[in-house]
Design a protein around this ligand. Structure first.
Ligand code: ADP
Length: 410
């Protein structure tokens, strides 16, 4: 077939137009795809940044239980480095009970499930017990309705759980400590009511015993109230106490004077060593410092037998910081007990504290009070030789003189 020139031109135009149209369509499709990809990418990065800042470990796993997404907190919680994407969930979470929990949710078809687990997690090579709350739910992913994914959120509730446990222990210990003197008082009251109240000698003996146990209850309640006051001071620290500068030496001398009958009973000698007047200043709530020093000095007296008992209280400056030591050359504290003596109601083995007055709350009050002033307290002891409590206080900042603005004069 022979094509005329006009037909040839028409055909060429059609081919060019067809090609141009095809190119246009391809470009449109590419543009749309690029737009879709970039909005999906943006959506993912927004989602990721939201999940990164949540504080909980958040994971997305596919139906083969492989990780599709894991935020930074997940790696931190399970001490897993590198990119977690694509790795099996079982490689990250070693606790079979948590894996079974996710599998059960998948099989049940439930919309959501939550469970608590006490697990051991390696932290810097050391196994640490953690209390985890795990919540999981199936999710539909955009553009992939055929596959089921699961969202797993893991909250580390260890701190809250520990605090709750401490509170429970406190209530249990306090009730136990109060129960003994209360039942003794009740027993004596019953005897008095049923017996011969006219027997004055017996009645007096019962009343004296009841008074002793009544005083013990009062002291336990008082110590508990002081302790709870410090707990409410908590992280607010010294700013919520009445802080003034005062002479630490004077505070110690006052305490020793108040303890004069016990000092006399124990025939104790005191050695006080302080920097010169002015340099012996510390800053804090004097009311609580009386209590800190009273408890420590009273312990040094009451825990030890008379006979060459020497108690030394010293203060040194370490730059602007202050180091206060309360030491005695008495019975000492067994090494095994040292880590526990600041715990509430802890009293060292019966052999030396059974007959000695005390609630086991004194040192917990001391530690709380020192910490509320931004300081630290530690103890060192050698059985039969000495016990030394060391308080370290942060840099001393003198009170501003009245009217002093802190600015420089011209
Ligand atoms: P308590 O109210 O019974 O005195 P603390 O909390 O003050 O309780 O002290 C806890 C325990 O630590 C005491 O029961 C005692 O066994 C021991 N302890 C404290 N200070 C001394 C010390 N200077 N020498 C020997 N033991 C001490």
């Amino acid at each position: 077939m022979v094509m005329t020139t006009t037909e040839g031109i028409l055909l060429a135009v059609c081919v060019v137009l067809g090609l141009a149209l095809a190119a246009l369509l391809v470009r449109r499709r590419l543009q749309a795809r690029r737009q879709h990809l970039s909005s999906e990418g943006e959506r993912n990065s927004v989602l990721e940044s939201v999940l990164e800042g949540l504080g909980d470990a958040c994971l997305l796993v596919d139906d083969r239980h492989h990780i599709v997404f894991a935020n930074r907190e997940t790696g931190e919680l399970f001490q897993a480095g590198g990119d977690l994407k694509g790795r099996p969930l079982a490689e990250l979470i070693r606790d079979e009970r948590i894996l079974q929990f996710v599998r059960r949710l998948e099989q049940s078809g439930a919309k959501w499930a939550e469970e608590e687990f006490r697990v051991g997690i390696l932290s810097n090579g050391v196994a640490e017990e953690r209390f985890l709350v795990v919540a999981a739910a199936p999710v539909k992913l955009f553009g992939d309705a055929s596959r089921r994914h699961f969202r797993v959120v893991i909250r580390d509730e260890t701190d809250r759980h520990d605090t709750e446990q401490i509170r429970k222990d406190f209530v249990a210990n306090a009730s136990h400590e109060l129960r003994t003197p209360l039942s003794i008082i009740n027993g004596y009251l019953e005897n008095l009511l049923e017996g011969d109240i006219e027997d004055h000698a017996m009645t007096r003996k019962a009343l004296v015993t009841m008074q002793k146990h009544g005083e013990r209850i009062a002291r336990i309640v008082e110590d508990m109230l002081t302790l709870s006051k410090f707990e409410s001071v908590g992280e607010k620290g010294i700013s919520s106490l009445r802080a003034n500068s005062f002479s630490c030496r004077e505070c110690v001398e006052d305490v020793v004077e108040r303890l004069a009958p016990l000092v006399e009973e124990k025939k104790a000698r005191f050695q006080l060593k302080f920097p010169p007047a002015g340099a012996d200043q510390i800053r804090g709530d004097r009311f609580y410092w009386d209590q800190i020093l009273f408890n420590l000095i009273e312990n040094a007296l009451k825990e030890n037998k008379p006979g060459n008992l020497v108690i030394s209280v010293t203060m040194e400056r370490d730059g602007a910081a202050a180091v206060i030591r309360i030491a005695d050359n008495g019975i000492g504290i067994p090494r095994a007990d040292l880590p526990f003596i600041f715990k509430r109601f802890y009293r060292v083995a019966k052999h030396h504290s059974q007959k000695i007055k005390g609630t086991g709350l004194g040192l917990s009050i001391v530690r709380r009070a020192v910490e509320a002033h931004g300081g630290t307290i530690g103890v060192d002891s050698t059985l039969g030789l000495e016990t030394v409590f060391t308080i370290r206080l942060p840099d001393y900042v003198p009170d501003a003189a009245p009217g002093e603005s802190g600015g420089t004069a011209d």
